[in-house]
Write a protein that binds this ligand. Structure first.
Ligand SMILES: *[C@@H]1O[C@H](CO)[C@@H](O)[C@H](O)[C@H]1NC(C)=O
Ligand SMILES: *[C@@H]1O[C@H](CO)[C@@H](O)[C@H](O)[C@H]1NC(C)=O
Ligand SMILES: *[C@@H]1O[C@H](CO)[C@@H](O)[C@H](O)[C@H]1NC(C)=O
Ligand SMILES: *[C@@H]1O[C@H](CO)[C@@H](O)[C@H](O)[C@H]1NC(C)=O
Ligand SMILES: *[C@@H]1O[C@H](CO)[C@@H](O)[C@H](O)[C@H]1NC(C)=O
Ligand SMILES: *[C@@H]1O[C@H](CO)[C@@H](O)[C@H](O)[C@H]1NC(C)=O
Length: 408
């Protein structure tokens, strides 16, 4: 397009118009918090609240021991970051959409979409399953440990849920109390925490770090595509976690570390952390592009990597210990044994015994089972991210429906 030279009058008008366009929404921004009546979550085990358990068998005891006092579909001793996010969404920002009592401060725990027993989707659904990747894998769960419920499948579930939940809801009675209202789909917070398994998938296939990096753009273009089509379905507020320090996870150190010289002074494997950071940098760029493509979306990138890395490198300062040792496991340097993962039982003298047990005090531990964080760590992580200190734009959770001034 060829730019015509402005007369000074039209120039002033243009500036005034663009000023009012860019400031009007921001004035509203300052005062009101978002009202998220529902959460729709896409992800892997970091945010699975029962999906994989419903389909492939429950995460065994002692999973869930600290908070739920029994298996609760989570790969953790208690609550996940997504559980704290759900609680906060009402606590701080929902005001009177639901009466807040001393018993209930927030949204109820998110039911896994795949869990057909006792689920309640009135305030959202969780499509995450442990072992999920963004790109569909060419292996079965049994072969590789990766879930068949990759992000494209999670989207299909959501796409099906959206209209069918309304058809069922319109039948009234119990369905009216189990399914979300129509308007919740546009008012909801859409959360994503996925990508870690796409990185380890390459290492499982014996690819080099260079080869893993080479497919990262494809992984992220598939993530961007999913966000776009959720937007087409009415999604507007997106809260997207980046991926954590892979090289500090006991199972990565145990499975994939070939050259021990690549360990940093904290005991983490540089190579894998670099890949995670590479993924995160590309993710941040991909989200910047999306902000341009999706004019009505509020997209918040959340740097969970830095939060987890800080916790692991400054463990004592924050009241934790043994950052690289799993709380629940069966011996070895990292208390992680791939043949006897957390909850593994063995029959000893005719008695079935859990041989991969929990540690004495999970509340001072960071790593739960070699792969996942403890409830105590998840709570700490949540407290760091909730006020926006690790967000880009620096939106706290309760402002995650607001587009930042920079986006205009
Ligand atoms: C929700 O948060 C409140 C405080 O903000 C807390 O008292 C309550 O135990 C939390 N509930 C759940 C289920 O996490
Ligand atoms: C909330 O509480 C008020 C006052 O106690 C009551 O009138 C109202 O019906 C309640 N709303 C819901 C949705 O339960
Ligand atoms: C699975 O196989 C197809 C066909 O060979 C290939 O295009 C795709 O990239 C593979 N997926 C992964 C995650 O390796
Ligand atoms: C589902 O959860 C909502 C919110 O906690 C609650 O109001 C509703 O009664 C529940 N539905 C049923 C059928 O229990
Ligand atoms: C990767 O290498 C290991 C060790 O050499 C081998 O056992 C395994 O079969 C290889 N995996 C693939 C997918 O090639
Ligand atoms: C956010 O919360 C963390 C943890 O409570 C605190 O250290 C940090 O200073 C807070 N940041 C802002 C911007 O309030």
């Amino acid at each position: 397009m060829i730019m015509e030279p402005h007369s000074s009058k039209t120039l002033v008008v243009t500036i005034l118009m663009s000023l009012s366009l860019s400031f009007a929404p921001c004035l509203a921004l300052a005062s009101t918090s978002c009202k998220f009546p529902a959460i729709f979550n896409f992800g892997d085990s970091n945010s699975d609240t029962g999906g994989l358990s419903a389909v492939f068998g429950q995460a065994r005891w002692p999973h869930g021991e600290s908070y739920f006092h029994g298996p609760a579909g989570r790969y953790c001793d208690g609550r996940l970051v997504i559980d704290f996010i759900g609680n906060q969404s009402t606590d701080a920002s929902l005001g009177n959409y639901q009466n807040v009592t001393s018993k209930s401060f927030g949204l109820p725990f998110l039911s896994a979409y795949l869990d057909s027993v006792g689920s309640n989707f009135s305030h959202g659904a969780n499509f995450a399953t442990a072992g999920s990747t963004i790109r569909p894998q060419n292996t079965t769960l049994r072969q590789s440990g990766f879930s068949p419920i990759s992000l494209d499948v999670q989207y299909n579930e959501f796409y099906d849920f959206h209209p069918r939940s309304q058809v069922a809801r319109n039948r009234g009675e119990i369905f009216g109390k189990l399914l979300p209202k129509k308007e919740y789909f546009s008012q909801a917070l859409y959360t994503f925490d996925i990508g870690q398994n796409d990185l380890t998938a390459g290492y499982k296939l014996n690819l080099t770090t260079e080869q893993v990096k080479a497919y990262v753009p494809d992984v992220l273009s598939q993530l961007s595509h999913t966000i776009k089509i959720v937007y087409e379905q009415g999604g507007r507020s997106f809260w997207i976690h980046n991926t954590g320090p892979l090289g500090c996870l006991p199972y990565v150190l145990d499975h994939f570390l070939i050259n021990p010289a690549q360990i940093d002074k904290y005991g983490c494997a540089d190579q894998f952390n670099e890949v995670a950071q590479y993924f995160n940098q590309r993710l941040k760029e991909a989200l910047l592009h999306l902000k341009k493509d999706l004019p009505l979306a509020a997209i918040t990138y959340v740097d969970v990597y830095s939060v987890k890395r800080t916790l692991i490198t400054q463990t004592k300062k924050y009241g934790f210990e043994n950052p690289l040792v799993a709380c629940c496991g069966h011996g070895g340097k990292y208390n992680y044994n791939r043949y006897a993962k957390c909850g593994t039982k063995k029959t000893i003298n005719g008695i079935e015994t859990v041989i991969a047990k929990s540690c004495n005090d999970p509340t001072v531990r960071i790593n739960w089972d070699g792969v996942h964080y403890t409830e105590a760590a998840n709570k700490w992580i949540f407290q760091q991210i909730v006020n926006g200190s690790f967000s880009d734009p620096p939106n706290p959770l309760k402002m995650a429906c607001r587009r930042s001034r920079m986006d205009h």
